[in-house]
Design a protein around this ligand. Structure first.
Ligand code: HEM
Length: 134
């Protein structure tokens, strides 16, 4: 069996497109519901339809799956795409917390949940580093 991070092993472990879209829906559901999600929710537009599609397609490619994001939305640098936002340790950790809560509700292998949150903390920290100072 392939290790997570090799070829499309992570994409498969995340349940491919359907599983990733489900995770992203739950992530934004958590953001809308949790007290800790309110600040980062307010940074988003009122409708979450487009961002849900973008995050889903981005994660599909990022996890080794089909590169649909690029075809539909073009190239992206994750830190640069967030540069206009104020992301301190607080926003970074709130984002990861909402993701962690969403992961709890997924039917994924436990070691994949741990792997994924660790992997996501890398770009989340990069975003904080390049984000606009307050
Ligand atoms: C560190 C905490 C994070 C915060 C507070 C945050 C917040 C946001 C917000 C508010 C937007 C919408 C921007 C806009 O409408 O102008 C956005 C876009 C996006 N985010 Fe994040 N984000 C974070 C981390 C991440 C991570 C770790 C990833 C991917 C692994 C990610 C992927 C994306 C993508 C693909 C978009 C769409 C970019 C675009 O339209 O060009 N975000 N994020």
């Amino acid at each position: 069996m392939q290790k997570y991070g090799e070829l499309d092993a992570s994409y498969k472990a995340a349940g491919e497109e359907q599983g990733i879209r489900k995770l992203v829906d739950e992530f934004y559901q958590q953001m809308e519901t949790l007290e800790r999600g309110q600040q980062i929710r307010s940074m988003h537009t009122e409708s979450l339809e487009v961002i849900k599609d973008k995050l889903s397609l981005f994660l599909m490619a990022w996890l080794g799956g089909p590169k649909v994001y690029r075809q539909k939305y073009g190239g992206i640098s994750i830190p640069m795409a967030h540069k206009h936002l104020v992301v301190t340790e607080q926003e970074r950790d709130d984002w990861l917390y909402c993701m962690q809560e969403a992961l709890k509700k997924q039917d994924y292998a436990e070691d994949f949940k741990e792997y994924l949150i660790k992997q996501l903390s890398v770009p989340a920290e990069r975003i904080r580093q390049v984000s606009r100072d307050i």
